[in-house]
Design a binder for this molecule. Structure first.
Ligand SMILES: *Cc1c(COP(=O)(O)O)cnc(C)c1O
Length: 451
């Protein structure tokens, strides 16, 4: 029987072996590795396995079937890897096993997450008085922010949302971009706004809301904008839209799951004016390269978020700014700690350098592919490169051929109704050599599929 220490050492040894293998690992697993996952199809054992054996099963069957998204050649979605300081902090957090709901549950988590919150606001140039809830995802944080928005708009009309709910309440209207992210729609749907009732703001050819076509706004409207369109990486024209919305009394929420981090780079001007919004969501687990699941709900009116998310009970009262009163979870892990560690290890300079490097790499990648005859469909203002070959068939064939090599991975998308590759540069591990390898592979395959 292993001691707990031996078991943890075994886990560390396996984790380090995995880690050392990342550079040589296929970016997407082989069909054989995937087939072997059938080893997990059995029933719950009557008697528990020795813990070491359970760990061995995970490593033997699980590790080979992972995607190497913690490596430098994964260009799918906006996944990011995990920064060393964040990974190390996560190990410590696991040993602490804190329920990070409030100061009383964990003074350490409470204070460290408050520091992380302050640094996040500083990095993103958002109002320092804002509340920051560390939630599981941009999806969950959007839900938290939008519920705070609705509650606050109704309160201004004298409506007691907490007491009386929505039946008979004055209508809160929502305006979204035609290229709104699906998870914002999901949050709105769950909150009962009704997908068919959303007012859709038309976008220009780059995917940005066209101010000339913005639906009317008033003091019972929530306007949802985005920093970083999921395909093109473009930003809505905040400096023009937000003052208009505020003048009308509307609440402005910004989905900045990855794009908001441009604020920490030398391309901050892309998101000029975003600080005038009322609430924002962003992820740590994408461009900041922290572990899942670390995201932030940020609300200028701290009280609005704290009342909407309040979960005080007789046995568990806490300050307004306790994390259990700023996001959906009551019991929660200290997910702000690896975010603190990422920011502590990067500093302002390191964060700027990380984002700037990805912007430069994306621009270079686009140039290489364009000069080899690919169509680059977006302006490449950020870390997203949208690419198409000569025909839809060729685009599909090349993507499948790339995936079969296991050398790199990226996903498909539809841009203006036609298939394209969506290449995201968002891992701190991605070197210029990785970008070169991706470009050369795509160029070689283009030649082969053209011949
Ligand atoms: C990924 C993403 C989301 C959702 O974030 P999760 O953390 O995965 O819930 C929302 N908006 C945009 C633009 C995204 O890229």
């Amino acid at each position: 029987m292993d001691t707990e220490r031996q078991l943890l050492e075994d886990a560390d040894r396996r984790a380090l072996a995995y880690f050392d293998g990342i550079p040589g690992r296929r970016v997407f697993p082989t069909p054989e590795a995937i087939a072997a996952l059938a080893g997990f199809d059995g029933p719950l054992p009557e008697q528990g396995l020795p813990a070491r054996q359970a760990l061995q099963l995970l490593d033997d069957l699980g590790s080979p079937a992972t995607t190497a998204s913690n490596g430098g050649r994964y260009f799918g979605f906006v996944i990011g890897a995990t920064l060393p300081a964040a990974a190390a902090a996560e190990r410590l957090v696991l040993a602490w096993d804190q329920c990070a709901s409030s100061f009383d549950n964990s003074p350490a988590a409470d204070r460290i997450e408050k520091a992380a919150a302050r640094w996040v606001l500083e990095s993103l140039g958002l109002p320092t008085e804002s509340a920051v809830g560390f939630g599981t995802s941009a999806t969950a944080c959007t839900l938290a922010c939008l519920s705070a928005a609705r509650r606050a708009l109704l309160a201004r009309k004298g409506w007691d949302f907490d007491g009386d709910g929505l039946m008979g309440a004055p209508e809160v209207r929502v305006v979204v971009s035609a290229s709104v992210h699906i998870t914002v729609k999901k949050a709105l749907r769950i909150l009962g706004f009704g997908i068919n009732r959303l007012r859709v703001a038309p976008v220009d050819e780059l995917g940005r809301i066209d101010p000339a076509q913005l639906p009317p706004l008033d003091d019972m409207t929530v306007l949802c904008l985005q920093a970083g369109e999921v395909n093109s990486g473009e930003f809505d024209p905040f400096a023009e839209l937000i003052p208009r919305a505020r003048a009308a009394g509307a609440w402005v929420h910004v989905d900045g799951a990855f794009g908001l981090w441009a604020r920490a780079s030398s391309a901050a001007a892309l998101a000029a004016g975003v600080e005038q919004a009322d609430s924002w969501t962003t992820d740590g687990h994408k461009w900041l390269n922290t572990p899942y699941d670390g995201a932030m709900a940020i609300c200028r009116d701290a009280e609005a978020l704290a009342t909407a998310m309040n979960s005080d009970a007789a046995y568990a009262t806490a300050s307004r700014d306790a994390q259990k009163n700023l996001n959906l979870e009551f019991s929660r892990r200290a997910r702000g700690v690896p975010i603190w560690a990422a920011l502590a290890s990067l500093g302002r300079d390191g964060l700027r350098a990380l984002i700037d490097r990805h912007l430069r790499q994306a621009t270079y990648l686009a140039e290489r592919l364009r000069s080899a005859g690919y169509q680059v469909l977006n302006r490449v203002v950020l870390n997203q490169v949208l690419v198409r070959a000569d025909s839809d068939e060729q685009t599909l064939a090349i993507r499948l051929a790339v995936q079969a090599t296991g050398e790199v991975w990226f996903g498909p998308t539809l841009w203006q109704g036609r298939p394209a590759f969506r290449l995201s540069v968002s891992s701190w591990r991605t070197t210029d050599a990785d970008i070169e390898r991706l470009a050369e592979l795509l160029i070689a395959l283009k030649t082969r599929h053209t011949a």
